[in-house]
Design a protein around this ligand. Structure first.
Ligand code: SAJ
Length: 428
């Protein structure tokens, strides 16, 4: 196995061709391995096999065409085609159920698919973010299904992805990686495999440590954003601009306050703090409270909008509101757990009409101009680059009433002639 990894003849199966699986499959194929991507969505399989990516990410189209063209990567929905390979890498989602408990059904079904396909000696890697102790549990599941002994007859590793959408192909290469093996040999093998394209540092540990490390990273970010958001609330009380205050505080050598905003979205930050504490089954106050603060931010944006409507004496039920941005973060087409969607849900039913425009996602209207034509209020919910250079004087001329609510600190100076309010930007 070691030799096959070193001379890149080991055959790799990547299970789940989403935001992480597809780029990872592309990287291994570019490094010279034969890669099969297994994906149950047939339309995604067809698209990939014709050299077209189903996700938006810089560089992905050229890279995918290269490896599909050279025959190094192909996708399939047929479990027969992934039998008896050396390496299986699982990149499926691990979302939350409605009651905020982890939904591990996609992971369990992927592990079962692998157990049916793998051979003695295979290396199984879980890249998905999972609650602590899950990798050990999944190794037991494979033992039960195959009769193989974990660590002896097969290798198993948790190797969490750490890339940021929008920078995936850079971060896959240059970020450091952690390999948490169920045995030291498992970790060693996975490290050798990923060294085929990773130029960042690599570290080996056990699978439970690596599971916790991954979850701590995103919980750290979530809690820090919650602190910044709490500062934004305080700034409204004191009538100051929190962004000016943060910029000044961050000149201190040991302070790095995060950026407040309309909310924390995506597939990771809103979920991972719950995964971290779930197996412990105790109430961890700080982590829970941070989640509540961040989940509450779309409601602060709603308050700002309704205050603005009050100042122009426009009853909410008569207001036409244009929301700019549906994605959870700037220059992305990803709407998973998007605060923009939470904001829209919060105002729908209370206002006369909600229009939406997003250059990456679409929306009810095809352009900023169309969305703003005759509108009473515009709310910026995503920091897409396109929104940073808008000419507010011209756009204001299209609107029926000029209200601008900035949920993402996209507008530097409040434009003239507008009722302007922004999260953290002073009084209510
Ligand atoms: N956000 C703020 N304020 C900030 C930073 C972010 O409100 O100061 C918001 C964003 O607008 C967005 C959400 O938080 O709605 C999450 O965005 P993000 O850019 O912080 O992170 P993700 O979800 O795109 O990617 C994170 C990254 N984790 C860390 O930076 C610790 C990435 O490295 C992980 O690989 C990824 O989660 C993951 O897959 O776990």
């Amino acid at each position: 196995m070691e030799e096959k990894i070193e001379n890149r003849t080991a055959e790799i199966v990547v299970i789940g061709l989403g935001y992480i699986g597809l780029p990872t499959a592309i990287m291994f194929a570019t490094a010279g391995f034969n890669v099969i991507g297994y994906e149950i969505r047939r339309e995604v399989v067809d698209k990939i096999n014709s050299g077209e990516a189903h996700i938006v990410e810089p560089e992905i189209d050229e890279l995918l065409q290269g490896v599909v063209g050279s025959g190094k990567l192909r996708a399939t929905s047929d479990p027969e085609e992934i039998k008896d390979r050396e390496v299986y890498i699982i990149c499926v989602q691990t979302p939350l159920n409605g009651d905020k408990t982890p939904n591990l059904s996609y992971l369990e079904s992927a592990v079962k698919t692998v157990a049916k396909a793998m051979r003695k000696g295979s290396l199984v890697v879980i890249e998905s973010t999972v609650p602590p102790l899950t990798t050990v549990r999944m190794a037991k599941l494979i033992e039960e299904m195959t009769g193989f002994k974990a660590g002896e007859d097969f290798h198993m590793v948790h190797a969490p992805e750490r890339v940021m959408p929008g920078r995936i192909f850079k971060e896959l290469v240059y970020n450091s990686r952690i390999f948490g093996g169920i045995t030291p040999e498992s970790a060693e093998l996975a490290e050798k495999l990923y060294r085929s394209f990773v130029k960042g540092q690599t570290f080996k540990t056990n699978s439970t440590v690596s599971e916790v490390v991954k979850l701590m990273e995103n919980t750290f970010r979530d809690v820090n954003i919650a602190l910044a958001n709490e500062f934004a609330y305080l700034a409204h009380q004191y009538g100051i601009d929190v962004f000016e205050a943060i910029e000044l505080a961050n000149t201190h050598p040991r302070v790095r306050i995060h950026t407040p905003g309309i909310g924390v979205g995506g597939h990771c930050l809103p979920k991972d703090p719950h995964l971290l504490v779930w197996p412990a089954r105790e109430d961890f106050g700080l982590i829970r409270l941070a989640r509540e603060i961040n989940d509450g931010m779309p409601l602060l944006a709603k308050d700002l909008l309704f205050e603005a409507l009050k100042t122009v004496n426009l009853p909410p039920e008569k207001a036409v509101v244009a929301v700019l941005g549906l994605a959870y973060k700037g220059d992305s087409d990803d709407t998973r757990n998007s605060p923009a969607k939470a904001f829209i849900e919060a105002i729908e039913g209370d206002v006369g009409e909600v229009r939406t425009y997003d250059p990456f996602v679409g929306g009810t209207h095809g352009s900023v101009e169309e969305a703003l034509n005759g509108a009473d209020a515009v709310v910026i919910a995503t920091d897409h680059s396109e929104f940073k250079s808008l000419d507010w004087e011209r756009l204001g001329g299209l609107m029926r009433t000029r209200i601008l609510i900035d949920g993402r600190h996209v507008v530097e100076e409040p434009p003239e002639g507008f009722v302007f309010k922004g999260i953290g930007r002073g009084e209510y």
